[in-house]
Design a protein around this ligand. Sequence first.
Ligand SMILES: Cc1cc2nc3c(=O)[nH]c(=O)nc-3n(C[C@H](O)[C@H](O)[C@H](O)COP(=O)(O)OP(=O)(O)OC[C@H]3O[C@@H](n4cnc5c(N)ncnc54)[C@H](O)[C@@H]3O)c2cc1C
Length: 400
Amino acid sequence: MADFGGSDLDAFRAEAREWIEANFPASLKGKPNPMMREERTKPSEDMEKWRKAMGEKGWGVPTWPKEYGAAGLTSAHARIIQQELARAGAYNPIGGMGVMMFGPTLLEYGNEAQKQQHIPPIVKGDLQWCQGFSEPGAGSDLASLQTRAEDKGDHFLVNGQKIWTSGAQYADWCFCLVRTDTTKKHEGISFVLFPMHQPGVEVRPIKLISGNSPFCETFITDVKVPKDQLVGPLNGGWTIAKRLLQHERSGLAGAGGGFGPQKTLDQIAKDYVGVDEKGRIADPDLRTRVIMNNIEIRAFQQTAMRAMAESKGNQNPSAATSIMKNAGTRAMQERAELVLEIMGHQGLGWEGEGFKPDELAAVRGWLGGKATTIYGGSQEVQSNIISKRILGLPDLTQSK
Ligand SMILES: Cc1cc2nc3c(=O)[nH]c(=O)nc-3n(C[C@H](O)[C@H](O)[C@H](O)COP(=O)(O)OP(=O)(O)OC[C@H]3O[C@@H](n4cnc5c(N)ncnc54)[C@H](O)[C@@H]3O)c2cc1C
C-alpha cells in the first residue's frame, strides 16, 4: 500500500472506496452488522470472506501498529475508512472486547512477547476475548474481588468465580483480574490471560427473560496460568484494569441503542407521524424533541471527536471518559425511548408477523440500551469519579 502522508487524504479516500467496492460482498450490503447481535449465529461464507479481507488489510483496527499486522494509520485515515464503509452500506467485521478494550491495553502494558502472541489474532478477527472482572461480591467495588491466583513456581493456580462475563460462551481467551496478595486490596490484584477452552473453565450462560443469554457465570477451578501470561507487574493489575475500563467507557459512550433500527430518527418520525406541507415532521412537539435529541447526539459526537483529536494519537483516554460515558449513554437511551414512543403500538412487539424487523429491533435496542448505564461502571460510580478526579470535590463516601 502506498505510504499516505497527512495531506494525501483524498488519495487515501479513493483507494479505500475502490478497495471496499472490490472486496465487500454484495450479499452483506445494507444488512445490520452481525457483530452487534446479542446472540452469535454461525457467520455466512461471505461474512468470513469479508472478515479475512479486512483482517489481512489491517483496516479492522487501522490505527494499531503495523508490526502486529494492523495498518498503522492516523485517526484521520481511520475516519475515512469508517465513512467509506458507511457509504458502501458496509461495516467493520472486526470488533469485540479484544479490539475495544484488551488490545489497546496490551499495547500499552504488555511485553513484546505478549503483543506478538495476542495482537495479530485480534487484528485479523481470528480470536474473541471476554472480560473476567466482575464477581458476585465485586461489581462497582471491583477491587473486592476474591478469585485467587496462587504462585506455583512457573505458573499460577487460579480458583474462583466470575459473573456477567459477556460472550464467555463464544470467547477463546479471557483477560482476568485475580487476587495475588490477600493482605492488600488494590495492590493485591494481578492481570492475567488464559484460554477459555480448557478443563477447569466452566461457562454457564445466564438466561434472561428475553430468552437470550448475552452473559454468563464463569467458574474457574484449578486453572494453570503460565507466568508469561501475567500482564504488567505482579500485584500491579489494578492500574492496568483502570486503564482498560477507560477504554471500555470511551467505547461504550456511543453504544446505547446499538441493536436498534438502522434509519435516522427523523426518518422514523416522518414514516410514523407523517409530514406537514413543508416536509417536516407533522407533530410540532415531536419535531422539537427529535431536533433536541439530534443536537444532543451531534454535540456529543463532535466533543468525542475533539477529545480524541486532542489526546495524543487517540490512545490515552483519561478520567474524562467517565463524562463521555454518562453523556453518551444517556443521550442514546433517550433516543431509544423516543423511537418507541414514535412507533406507538408498533414499538411494543417482541416477535411475530405483525411487526417489521425495524420495529422489533427498536424494542431490543431500547431494552439492551438500559445496560449501558450499568456495565463498564454504573452511572452513579462515573458521577463519583467525575466529582473526585475532575471536579476535585471531597469524597463524602469515605469521610466517616
Ligand atoms: C449487560 C452487562 C454486561 C456485562 N458484562 C460484563 C463483562 O463482560 N465482564 C465483567 O467483568 N462484568 C460485566 N458486567 C458487570 C458490570 O461491570 C457490573 O454490573 C457493574 O460494574 C455494576 O456492578 P454490580 O452489578 O455488582 O452493581 P453494584 O455494585 O451492586 O451496584 C448496585 C447499585 O448501587 C450503585 N452503587 C454502588 N456503589 C456505589 C457508590 N460508591 N456510590 C453510588 N452508587 C453506588 C450502583 O451505581 C448501582 O446502581 C456486565 C453488566 C451488564 C449489565
